[in-house]
Design a protein around this ligand. Structure first.
Ligand code: COA
Length: 186
């Protein structure tokens, strides 16, 4: 499959919404994402505009949404990278010990799976993470549901290792999200 990886532009919010809504209809969406299709589909256009702008190449800088794009302009996969500052509370309520990035919103369209799309997206996510100087990023991390065995196989293949940290991200749930990390290369 022919594709290239790039950061989204702020004006591409409709394509970002379509890909997100497709991801939220995946059979493992309840394991993979904290959001639901039912909640997302009702959100106003401004929500998607602001989300795309914030994660775009022209955004404020702490968030980047990467997409895999085919030559005819179709988006077949995505990851979003969040910068998490040491000693500042994250969206997930913890306080990181080191400067780090957090990979979220990991999705490859069904028809594009097994084709190296996820490898290329993660390579770009790592490249962006290690390229930052303010702050200098010491590790990239992510959460994955304990039952999402396909995603975990991918993360291990890409060099991520389980840290031993487990958290509950869904209210009322046991700690079933497993943290994986990739350390900055020496
Ligand atoms: C997770 C995802 C991005 C991976 O992309 P992909 O293109 O499907 O991944 P690949 O096909 O390259 O690799 C899948 C790996 O899982 C393995 N695998 C496939 N089905 C599996 C299963 N049911 N249990 C365990 N491993 C499985 C494959 O053997 C392969 O591992 P290997 O390379 O060591 O052989 C994609 O499947 C996806 O979008 N899933 C739905 C959303 C999701 O789960 N996102 C992650 C949230 S944390």
């Amino acid at each position: 499959m022919d594709f290239s990886i790039r950061v989204i532009r702020a004006d591409e919010w409709e394509k970002a919404r379509e890909l997100r809504l497709t991801a939220l209809r995946d059979p493992v969406a309840h394991l993979a994402f904290l959001d639901t299709y039912e909640a997302a589909v009702g959100r106003p256009d401004d929500f998607w505009r602001e989300r795309a702008e914030g994660a775009s190449e022209d955004g404020p800088g702490g968030v980047r949404q990467l997409v895999a794009e085919t030559p005819d302009g179709r988006w077949v996969g995505t990851v979003t990278v969040l910068v998490e500052r040491a000693a500042a509370e994250t969206l997930f309520g913890e306080v990181p010990v080191v400067e780090q990035t957090h990979v979220v919103g990991v999705f490859v369209r069904d028809e594009a799976r097994g084709a190296g799309v996820i490898d290329a997206l993660f390579a770009a996510a790592a490249e962006w993470s290690w390229s930052l100087t303010e702050p200098r990023i010491e590790r990239a991390r992510l959460y994955v549901h304990a039952e999402n065995t396909r995603a975990q196989a991918v993360y291990r293949r890409l060099g991520y290792a389980a840290t031993g940290v487990q958290v509950a991200l869904h209210a009322g749930q046991d700690a079933v999200e497993v943290e994986y990390e990739l350390l900055r290369p020496a």
